[in-house]
Design a binder for this molecule. Sequence first.
Ligand code: MRU
Length: 341
Amino acid sequence: MTALRLDGEVLRAIDQTLLPWRERELELTGAADVAEAIRRLAIRGAPLIGVAAGYGVALELARDPGALASACQTMLRARPTAVNLAHAVERVRRAASDVPPGRQAAAALAQARSIHAEEEAASEAIATHGAELLAGRRRILTHCNTGALAAPGRGTALGVLAELASSDQLEQVLVTESRPLLQGARLTVYELRRLGVAHELLVDGAACGVIAGGVVDAVIVGCDRVAANGDLANKVGTYGLALAARAAGIPFVVAGPTSTIDPRCPTGAQIELEERSPEEVRSVSSSAGAVPVTAPGTPCRNPAFDLTPASLITALVTERGVASPVAAESVSRLLPSPARA
Ligand code: MRU
């Protein structure tokens, strides 16, 4: 399964809003349509958003050599929380700015391809490190979708679970629905079925009680942004799972590439948490489209992410190794020297 691939001057992406009912590829040709696909979560998951944004800038430059600044702005406005997007846009912008105008499009594309290849390699390394860390934990709960639909290659947290399953070390994955957009129910279940990994789906409200009941040996999630001190922004509902894991005395593990670490955010308090449309709460998606679940116009809050303090995280697994305990010093050691806070 390839969530995203460049095909000549077209970026082909599986439209994740249609899964698991329809497998349809989008054909994206510039910054505006890549940004729109990210905004409506047709392309989603922090590492994948970063890769797509890099290609979005590069494709736009190929069409219009004067569009570097505006293409970067378009991409940066797509979604605010996953820092991979901003990191990728900055890398592509710098690569293009460093060369004469006639070579900018090629330089941007080469940089976007590098980001893609690096994220794919990161997924593989995360799977290896994470499986070592969680060896012996046979029933693991995960949240949202962190697999091959969310990152190039095998994914992050779900890549770790796939690695454990492939070496017969995993009995069962417990999957939260991840309302409002059901990334767990629609996408993680879709991936686990294809991988042949045993799983059960839970409504979000059941997860903490199931953890407290001793049915789960560990919780593993992905990340959208990790602050310099290790605080985590991830899919809404993550904080409650971390509290429940701490109360139950089981590991709460976060997996993600170092491109998700933001040394410019000293703590989680500086991370912008995306607030999305109330319509997403007033309905659920189904094979027949959006189905209302409340009265029309019901006032809603729809934070897409929440913050989990570093103190609740047992380990942060990246392609460059594992930080545990998670704190400013251990997070900083994961970053290449010039990026350290
Ligand atoms: O809103 P989404 O579906 O993009 O949120 C995704 C998550 O919260 C994931 O946990 C995170 O991006 C890591 S994906 C490898």
